[in-house]
Design a protein around this ligand. Structure first.
Ligand SMILES: [Zn+2]
Length: 336
């Protein structure tokens, strides 16, 4: 079985002992888009023993330009499921767990519990702050990574060192940052950044992460070939890693409504997610419009609207940026 890994076992940095350690390790990849597919592919081939892939979305044709685990046949499938299937084909000896859920304050602690390292494949600062809160609280190392346009950045966030809130004490407002949907992204930068964070994950899992007391934010621009290493010091006043205020984890019993910016869509996650029978829902909706449904997702289209409904009751409502409109469509077609 070790023959599969022979080319990395002969690496001094890994060796047989390191390989055994990797096989006993676990990693969670939050977001399975451009960065997440690259990280999942790398870690699976390297033999990280247990990989969970968390993603709320499904594959669209415009994802194929950069999301390296998907092909045309996957369009319409939940990303976490499609990625897990590919990973199983690549390495059947490791455990892969797809999680088709929106990571939010109601479930993040459960989903990331006990993993050895968390990799950032998300596309928004809110989810990153949520990961930061839970990882700092639990003492789990995580790797902040982002890419947009032709550049990207990555920073290891390790227990007792600077955290993401040391770097961004004030969270940028929703809609104030550019997104890949509005600004575009080069597919080589996401492969590079996804590989950089995979390398950091391997180093962390192998306890081979030699950094001083400060953390560094690596910033790379693939078009200009510029590479910067910015020192990030721990902020003595940090609400998260110094004062222990984990505000992003505060749970209230409410549904979560997220605007998927740049996509003219709103996501609704019920406060109390329960399993929905998509087959029953399909027969209920068929008289009202076009319905396409699989075991994991139901897509319902009327002339104006499109609703994608997942098994846990979460829905993405396309064609509107208005929360109230989305809420009322949800209530009208899915129920409360
Ligand atoms: Zn901090």
């Amino acid at each position: 079985m070790m023959n599969r890994y022979s080319r990395q076992i002969i690496l001094q940095n890994i060796g047989e002992e390191g390989q055994e350690k990797l096989l006993k390790s676990s990693a969670a990849i939050v977001g399975c888009g451009a960065l997440g597919t690259v990280a999942a592919n790398n870690l699976a081939r390297a033999g990280v023993g247990k990989i969970s892939i968390i993603d709320r979305d499904f594959v669209e044709l415009n994802n194929l330009q950069r999301q390296m685990l998907f092909d045309e046949a996957d369009v319409g499938a939940p990303k976490a499921m499609a990625a897990a299937q590919k990973i199983k084909d690549i390495n059947s000896q490791i455990d892969v767990e797809p999680v088709v859920k929106d990571l939010n304050h109601t479930n993040v602690e459960d989903i990331l519990k006990g993993v050895d390292v968390v990799l950032d494949g998300t596309d928004n600062i809110q989810t990153r702050m949520l990961i930061n809160d839970v990882c700092v609280k639990e003492g789990t190392p995580w790797i902040y990574t982002g890419a947009i346009g032709t550049s990207g950045m990555t920073m290891n966030i390790l227990p007792d060192k600077a955290c993401l809130r040391c770097l961004y004490p004030v969270t940028p407002k929703i809609g104030s940052l550019p997104t890949c949907d509005t600004m575009g992204v080069l597919n080589t930068i996401t492969v590079i950044m996804g590989s950089m964070e995979s390398t950091e994950a391997l180093k962390i899992l192998l306890d081979n992460n030699k950094q001083g007391t400060d953390s560094s934010l690596l910033v790379y621009d693939a078009w200009n070939n510029s590479f910067d290493d910015v020192i990030v010091r721990k902020n003595d006043e940090c609400e998260c890693c110094v004062k222990g205020n984990y505000g992003y984890l505060d749970t209230e019993d409410r549904e979560v409504i997220t605007s998927l910016c740049g996509r003219n869509a709103i996501q609704i996650t019920p406060a109390d997610p329960k399993e929905i029978s998509l087959a029953e829902m399909a027969s209920k909706l068929e008289p009202l419009g076009k319905v396409k449904s699989t075991d994991f997702i139901l897509i319902f289209k009327t002339e104006k609207e499109e609703i994608s409904l997942f098994k846990d009751g979460r829905a993405i409502i396309k064609g509107t940026n208005d929360e109230k409109v989305a809420r009322s469509l949800y209530a009208r077609y899915i129920g409360t």
